[in-house]
Design a binder for this molecule. Structure first.
Ligand code: ZN
Length: 92
């Protein structure tokens, strides 16, 4: 979130962040972009579709709102699969 804040003044920064959230919220009609389930506004998180570290921008077109659970699975889902595979080997 910090990278979204382009204003030095903290009140302006908060307002800028709010505008981002509100724009995404209305665009997605309050739904999780992946699961399409209703989002809890206090649980909603911003995800970069193309990662910021790989040159993805902070433009709204590259951002989606998802629940914290969806966000965790986007970033760690493959790790969970691997851990589950290890566990399955012990079952044999
Ligand atoms: Zn993310």
């Amino acid at each position: 979130m910090r990278e979204l804040l382009k204003y030095r003044d903290s009140e302006q920064a908060i307002y800028g962040a709010f505008q981002y959230l509100w724009s995404l919220w209305t665009k997605q009609k309050g739904k999780d972009a992946i699961t399409k389930e209703d989002l809890d506004p206090l649980d909603a998180q911003i995800h970069h579709v193309k990662p910021f570290s790989k040159g993805g921008s902070n433009n709204l077109e590259n951002l989606i709102l998802v629940s914290s659970k969806t966000h965790y699975l986007i970033h760690h889902g493959k790790d969970l699969d691997k851990r589950f595979e290890k566990y399955r080997k012990h079952l044999k």
